[in-house]
Write a protein that binds this ligand. Structure first.
Ligand code: SAH
Ligand code: SF4
Ligand code: F3S
Length: 440
């Protein structure tokens, strides 16, 4: 018997890529590949890439360059590029880096086993189609116990919004929602494998409009309520949402659905109406603040996070000041801010950039404000009780680490038997990125 072939996957970018990497590993598992954390042991290395900012995309090429000695040591080593850079650049990747044997886009990775047969025969393989068939229908179904009590579940993919800066509508294609029954089936299977928390994923997850078993089109809120009925599933989250799809039923669910966790990632990108218009966001700062107020009415302890772009073409000091202002008014528990990166093929790439030093300086100011808010949110937890889903052993003896309802990391002295379980914890200390507490 020959030893199983080894696969190493490196994931860049968003949670959807994390999800896809796991599915790719499972698909190749059917062909006899087992995963390894060590690239030097691998027979196949897959880079699951992100195209969102120039830095992310360029990192792929420097990482590919670094694989050269591995290939020299092991001429049979196969190297593949998957994900959004694969979709955006296709055959150019092989032209620029001849080490690459395989290029596969986000919508065709269910074809990896067949592609690998060609690669193993010494050919190159490329597939960046956006096929009619649904890749999810062709992926293997697992029954083994889940490695973690938390899981992602892609319910919607792609984007029709075309924000002026963003590559996602091009790399992931048009918005597609998966049918309700499939999702409920997969969620039940995850729970049967020991999963307690499911995070529903979509590039625009709250634009979900899937076919229900009754023939009607279901909203995300309706899907969440159906998931709420699954015994053994304890927590539901979803990401990433767009303000314009924050419907009444979804806002209401935050107040009434006990399994829906009180944390919402709702990016606004800028606080300036002029810039929001130039970004093609189709909402104002006021619209956003009104949605936040309604969400907090429904769920007063809701923790919010957001994304911001600074230095978008045409951004003035006054526009940037409006961004600081919306952050002050919203009071985020966490937020992610990025310097604008011009992306090929997007409308904003044609426009004139804000000088780099100006953008960098604004980014620092915004990040300082965000850090302040994040620290305040962490400190506000001290003395409070929260439920923690324990995920793994902590760094210290007898310690477990889990996530609070508000998605904060919490360290607790707790028996190993609590791993994979939810327990009530009193928070006693706060640091910027984690909390410490005791079991109640
Ligand atoms: N679908 C999600 C997330 C898209 S990508 C949404 O609509 O919110 C994640 C974040 O990357 C975005 O929210 C945005 O803040 C940032 N981003 C996207 N394109 C960018 C670009 N060209 N330059 C800098 N940041 C960008
Ligand atoms: Fe990109 Fe905008 Fe679509 Fe989000 S909504 S994925 S930022 S185009
Ligand atoms: Fe990046 Fe593609 Fe996700 S561009 S952020 S990996 S959808």
């Amino acid at each position: 018997m020959t030893a199983p072939k080894k696969l190493h996957v490196k994931t860049y970018g968003c949670q959807m890529n994390v999800y896809d990497s796991e599915r790719m590993a499972e698909t190749l598992g059917v062909k006899g590949y087992v995963t390894t954390d060590r690239p030097e042991d691998a027979d196949l290395i897959l880079l699951n890439t992100c195209h969102i900012r120039e830095k992310a995309a360029e990192k792929v090429y420097s990482d590919l360059g670094r694989l050269k000695p591995l290939r020299e040591a092991k001429p049979d080593l196969k190297i593949g590029v998957a994900g959004c850079v694969a979709q955006a650049e296709g055959a150019e990747i092989m032209a620029r880096q001849p080490l690459v044997d395989l290029v596969v886009g986000p919508q065709t990775y269910h074809r990896l086993p067949a592609m690998m047969e060609r690669v193993e025969a010494g050919e190159k393989a490329l597939d960046t189609e956006m096929p009619e068939e649904d890749k999810f229908d062709h992926l293997p179904k697992l029954r083994s116990p889940a490695a973690k009590p938390t899981a992602f579940l892609t319910v919607q993919e792609g984007c029709d919004k075309f924000c002026a800066f963003c590559v996602v509508p091009y790399t992931r294609g048009a918005e597609v929602s998966r049918p309700v029954e499939r999702l409920l089936g997969e969620a039940r299977a995850l729970v049967d494998r020991g999963v307690k928390e499911i995070t529903l994923l979509g590039q625009n997850v709250n634009a979900y409009h899937g076919l229900g078993p009754d023939g009607a089109v279901w909203s995300l809120a309706r899907l969440i309520w159906a998931l709420d009925g699954i015994d053994g599933l304890e927590r539901i989250r979803f990401t990433t949402s767009h303000p314009n799809d924050m419907t009444d039923d979804l806002i209401e669910a935050h107040g009434t659905c006990a399994k829906l966790m009180p944390y919402l990632h709702l990016p606004v990108q800028s606080g300036s109406d002029r810039i929001l218009k130039a970004m093609n966001r189709k909402h104002t700062a006021e619209d956003y603040l009104r949605i936040i107020a309604r969400l907090r009415d429904a769920r007063p302890d809701l923790a919010l996070s957001g994304d911001f772009i600074v230095g978008f073409p045409g951004e003035t000091e006054e526009d940037f000041e409006a961004t600081l202002q919306i952050v002050r008014e919203t009071r985020y528990a966490a937020a992610y801010s990025f310097r604008y990166s011009a992306r090929p093929g997007t409308p904003a790439a044609e426009r004139e950039d804000v000088p780099q030093d100006v953008a960098v300086e604004r980014l620092h100011r915004l990040q300082a404000l965000i850090t302040e808010q994040q620290q305040a949110a962490q400190r506000a937890m001290v003395g409070r009780e929260t439920c923690v889903l324990f995920e793994k052993a902590g760094r210290h003896e007898g310690q477990l680490v889990g996530k609070s309802e508000y998605l904060q990391a919490v360290h607790v002295q707790a028996p190993d038997a609590l791993k994979g379980q939810v327990a009530r914890v009193r928070i006693e200390a706060a640091a910027t990125n984690s909390l410490a507490g005791v079991l109640i």
